[in-house]
Design a protein. Structure first.
Ligand SMILES: Cc1cc2nc3c(=O)[nH]c(=O)nc-3n(C[C@H](O)[C@H](O)[C@H](O)COP(=O)(O)OP(=O)(O)OC[C@H]3O[C@@H](n4cnc5c(N)ncnc54)[C@H](O)[C@@H]3O)c2cc1C
Ligand code: SF4
Lengths: 326, 697
């Protein structure tokens, strides 16, 4: 591991100025992701700026949103009574993430900023456009069972690994950001970037900007939701496919649906195609199948991950069934 | 009345120390003046090193040197039986597999050496590696474990052609890595021409012998100390390259050097279970009597060495079949050398045979258990000899009853639990049992305490506890008064702790030594002289043991629940029974059986080393991406031990318990998956993509 300096930031401004004073500085919250990447030499910051002293851990209802501090732990959020009541799908996505030990350490901000699990990205002896722009993509034509089938480009096909982000994408959350030029809000839809020709650019966060928290709009009365995750083992495993679904229903008719997919796409993937297939439809297996086909109409496999197209569809169907019957 | 010690489920003597972190493993040993070596590994799998640039590494503070093929001491890297493997000791510029050692960076601290290793830049002239088992040229090895690789009885081809019911199927198992919790590690210190090695090994005497060859010195000049070993499973059965590299670096730096393998390096040069492709051709009568079994195995080996995965050893003796043939062929790939991994040949071979038996049972419309009973081998079909003991029939009965096998609806896809399809499967387990030469010294002091000494190692099985139980029982002394010394070549000789042979080998030597000591005490009227009594025993297999076949057996019964939409498998229940001779410590034995079953589930559902076939690079060389089960994946497991009073096998009356549960367990899971879904998965592991197609209809 490359030697690095460790700075404990006592306040937000101190954290921002520590970041500004070194172009190779990086925040650390729970450390479960960044330390891992440093050990395998994928990230080599000169300075780690510890933000854990910042007062960003609260989870509270404010007006018509639920505000979640960036430093709230995954376990805090998953067990919060308000979250469980208002956003059972969010709690479920968190509970199906990582392991209890990791969730106790890992922060919400860190979760959104975690990097892909693509095996080439994580092995500095192999080519990877995301880690080393212009070096090529090892996964195309290689071991790509875990890679994406939606939102890929000829430069990169890596999945975004977060479960939480998929749920937040369906819930139309807003990311609150603070930087040396002041505070701003980024709609979740605008937060992640498709890989296109620049897979190393992953979010619209500027360098040195800090995620301070999230707002999740409170759900309309009576909506139903579910988060379903397919994975290779029972715990501590990223999604092969996941679906976050919220249904607004009038009797057996779906008024509107919000659908996001994980494990299958390069970014937390909202599917307007699936949503419009469901809008106004009667809740039925046929409608779910139709929505699933629409969601994956543009999907493309790369060999090892071909199965994710079918698995992704079925995961979505399952989530719709579960939401409708919840 | 005094409780018998043999069989008592005593806690392991070192348990308290282990769970409070006080046990010393190799990595914990610190020698005065010791420095740290970190191995740099290749990033290509075939080719030559063009250049090594260590400038940046050498510029780091605390850096002592970088050993490469350009400056390494010249040693003898070639092997000879019983340890034939070529070691990769920086003797030339050739690269034959991914992550081959290409340099060792030595620094004052482990952290500096690790950083230095990252900064060593190696350029290669790479050649496309041979990675395809299907297309690599095949050849037939001369031997498997000292026996002919091909053998047959009767006329298997003719009997197969003539059979009324024929099954021909090919089964595949992937490359798998052992990954004991404790990674490999060695500390080497020279004093003149004397070498001391601390090593995490299954065979201290083997390390000594091999290093004597490497350095061209007398074995007596080498002292090997093996502290507690944190698991091995065969991967520490022979000394791999890092052992010699540590000693070479120590020579070069004139300091004691510690070299530890990192977790990714556990996928590099320390062995693995090779991938296999096994074709089974089975001929059978309509009433379920096997006429012919032909078991043809192809497995991978490395560019430099022959390692044969002996799958045939499982099929050749399991069932009473008059016509039988096994054959083994190898394909050379640019991979590191495969080696024995818990139940070599038997774990892989049993997946194929016990899956095929299940298929045959469906073909015949017969209960899979009944098919096994119909072909029960009363004597060993391979050698024709009687077994020293065989409680397999009892195992089938006990486990089937406990599991309630008879409630099984024979129809596949017949049972649902909500959305889930549930299924029941079973398979037979069998593991050969044998022993080797082992010496023991036993001493009784005047105060009545007893010290048992042998150079065997302790790899987590609890052997010090078991041997103390044997000695205490024979001598009639309290168990707490027996102390066990082990893990050192200055102690009496002990064989490789593998092949489930340790209790039968060392346990027999302890038994005989304790018996002699008891006789000596009787002669002296129970009085111990002031300087104590010492007995030395050299215990070797006796000729009469060869009149019998020796094996442990068992039966697995499994229930799975499959989500047919998502292709996910959950094991719900596992019941198994084993007949494995005398059980010395029921708790330790249960741990061995449980471990084999957990690993069998893992083999069935999770484990697979994934290579980039273009480059030979292993793409999941860590325990996040190389999947092993979590607690949530393992159901309640019930283990039954069938009693066996084995008077013939060896003086300790024990058979192997370390590997038998690893056989058949993966097949039992696969068979249950078939029963649940109607989908037969013949290539492991059973992942979602293999079930998606057919599990939902
Ligand atoms: C074995 C394993 C299994 C896992 N399984 C799952 C899973 O199933 N599902 C899942 O969703 N995740 C999973 N994870 C990922 C885990 O959730 C993340 O590692 C964790 O959420 C990261 O949070 P952290 O606070 O530890 O981040 P850190 O490691 O501290 O930081 C991660 C990154 O975020 C940046 N960062 C942190 N906080 C902020 C902030 N406030 N503003 C701006 N940048 C910031 C850091 O600079 C760094 O680049 C798994 C991880 C492991 C190791
Ligand atoms: S998929 Fe993306 S992250 Fe993976 S190797 Fe290709 S460029 Fe790198």
């Amino acid at each position: 591991m490359k030697p690095f300096a460790f700075v404990r930031a006592p306040s937000g401004p101190a954290a921002l100025s520590a970041m500004a004073s070194n172009s190779r500085a990086s925040f650390v919250a729970g450390g479960t992701s960044v330390l891992d990447l440093m050990k395998i030499a994928v990230e080599e910051p000169d300075v780690l700026v510890d933000i854990n002293a910042l007062p960003l851990r609260s989870i509270e209802r404010r007006g018509d949103v639920l505000l979640i501090g960036a430093l709230a732990r995954m376990s805090d959020v998953a067990s919060d009574a308000g979250v469980r009541e208002l956003f059972p799908m969010l709690a479920s996505a968190l509970e199906q993430s990582a392991s209890p030990q990791l969730r106790n350490m890992a922060s919400i901000g860190g979760n959104l900023m975690q990097r892909t699990r693509c095996p080439y990205f994580r092995d500095v002896a192999t080519p990877c456009n995301k880690r080393s722009p212009g070096s090529g993509c090892g996964a195309i034509g290689g071991v790509n069972r875990s890679e994406a089938v939606l939102g890929t480009s000829s430069a990169c096909i890596a999945t975004h690994p977060s479960d939480l982000a998929v749920a937040l994408r369906a819930l139309d959350a807003v990311v609150h950001v603070t930087g040396s030029k002041g505070d701003r809000d980024i709609a979740f839809a605008e937060f992640y970037c498709l890989p296109s020709e620049t897979p190393h650019v992953e979010t619209t966060l500027a360098r040195g900007e800090l995620v301070s928290g999230l707002s999740v709009p409170l759900p309309a009365a009576g909506v139903r939701s579910a988060y379903v995750k397919a994975r290779d083992r029972a715990e501590c495993e990223f999604a092969s496919a996941s679906a976050a679904v919220e249904l607004d229903m009038a009797g057996q008719t779906i008024r509107s649906a919000r659908i996001a997919l994980g494990g299958v796409a390069t970014v937390p993937w909202r599917s307007p195609q699936a949503e419009s297939a469901l809008a106004g439809a009667a809740a039925s297996c046929d409608a779910y199948e139709r929505a699933a086909r629409a969601a994956f109409a543009a999907a493309r496999g790369f060999g090892g991950n071909d199965f994710k197209i079918e698995l992704g569809r079925r995961t979505l169907v399952r989530a719709l069934e579960m939401a409708a019957s919840s | 009345m005094r409780q018998p010690l043999i069989g008592a489920p005593l806690d392991r003597v070192e348990g308290g120390e282990k769970v409070t972190g006080r046990t010393v493993f190799t990595a914990d040993v610190v020698l005065p003046g010791m420095v740290h070596g970190v191995v740099v590994t290749s990033s290509v799998a075939n080719g030559r090193i063009r250049s090594i640039d260590a400038k940046d590494a050498l510029a780091l503070p605390g850096m002592l040197g970088v050993m490469t093929h350009e400056n390494a001491p010249r040693v003898n890297a070639g092997g000879s039986p019983p340890m034939p493997s070529l070691l990769f000791l920086l003797q030339n510029d050739a690269v034959q597999f991914d992550r081959q050692p290409v340099a060792v960076v030595v620094a004052e601290t482990f952290e500096d050496a690790t950083r230095g290793a990252e900064l060593v830049r190696v350029a290669y002239d790479a050649i496309a590696p041979e990675m395809d088992l299907e297309t690599a040229p095949a050849y037939v090895p001369e031997q498997i474990f000292g026996e002919p690789a091909d053998r047959h009885r009767g006329d298997p081809r003719a009997a197969f052609s003539a059979a009324h019911v024929r099954l021909e199927q090919t089964y595949r198992t992937p490359t798998e890595h052992h990954n004991p919790l404790e990674t490999h590690g060695t500390i080497a210190a020279w004093a003149g021409d004397r070498l001391t090695l601390y090593d995490s090994t299954q065979w201290a005497f083997g390390v000594r012998a091999r290093m004597a060859t490497v350095f061209g010195i007398e074995p007596e000049l080498i002292h090997v100390i093996a502290p507690f070993v944190g698991g091995a499973f065969g991967s520490k059965g022979q000394p791999w390259s890092h052992v010699a590299l540590a000693a070479m670096a120590a020579k070069m730096m004139d300091r004691p050097v510690k070299v530890l393998a990192t977790r990714p390096q556990m996928f590099a040069w320390v062995g693995h279970r090779p991938q296999t492709e096994q074709k089974l051709s089975i001929g059978c009568s309509r009433d379920g009597r096997l006429q012919s079994v032909i078991h043809e195995t192809t497995s991978e080996t490395s560019a430099a060495d022959d390692y044969v995965e002996p799958c045939g050893v499982f099929s050749r003796g399991l069932y009473a079949v008059p016509n039988y043939a096994m054959s083994h062929e190898l394909r050379r790939l640019n991979i590191s050398k495969p080696t024995y991994m818990r139940a070599p040949g038997e774990a892989t071979g049993s997946f194929a045979l016990e899956s095929a038996m299940d298929e045959l049972a469906y073909e015949l419309g017969m209960d899979p258990l009944e098919l096994r009973l119909r072909n029960y081998a009363q004597t060993d079909p391979d050698s024709g000899k009687p077994y020293t003991s065989k409680a397999l029939r009892e195992c089938y009965r006990l486990a089937a009853e406990r599991f309630d096998w008879k409630r099984r609806n024979p129809e596949p896809r017949s049972t649902r639990d909500g959305r889930l399809l549930t299924g029941l499967g079973m398979a037979t387990a069998s593991g050969g049992s044998f022993r080797s030469h082992a010496d023991v010294r036993i001493r009784m002091h005047a105060d009545g305490t007893v010290v048992v000494s042998t150079g065997t190692i302790e790899q987590g099985t609890g052997s010090p506890t078991a041997y103390a139980q044997i000695a205490a029982e024979i001598l009639g002394v309290p168990y707490e008064r027996v102390r066990f010394e082990f893990g050192d070549t200055s102690l009496p000789y002990a064989p490789l702790a593998a092949g489930s042979q340790t209790s039968s080998s060392v346990g027999s030597a302890v038994t005989v030594a304790a018996q002699r000591l008891r006789e000596r005490l009787a002669e002296s009227g129970g009085r111990v002289p002031p300087d104590g009594i010492e007995i030395n025993v050299e215990e070797k297999p006796r000729p009469e043991e060869d009149d019998y076949a020796q094996a442990s057996f068992g039966a697995h019964f499994v229930e799975v629940a499959v989500d047919p939409d998502l292709g996910s498998v959950r094991v719900m229940r596992f019941v198994a029974a084993f007949g494995a001779g005398r059980i010395i410590n029921a708790k330790l034995a249960e741990s061995q059986f449980l471990g084999g079953i957990v690993w069998g589930i893992s083999m069935a559902l999770f484990e697979e080393t994934r290579f980039d076939l273009r480059t030979g690079r292993i793409m999941n060389a860590n325990l996040a991406d190389y999947l092993v089960p979590t607690n949530g994946d393992i159901p309640p497991v019930e283990i039954i031990m069938a009693e066996e009073d084995d008077q013939h096998v060896n003086p300790a009356h024990v058979k192997g318990i370390g590997e038998v549960a690893m056989t058949g367990s993966a097949a039992a899971v696969a068979n249950a998956v078939y029963h649940a879904t109607g989908v037969r998965v013949r290539d492991l592991p059973i992942t979602a993509e293999k079930l998606l197609g057919g599990a939902r209809r």
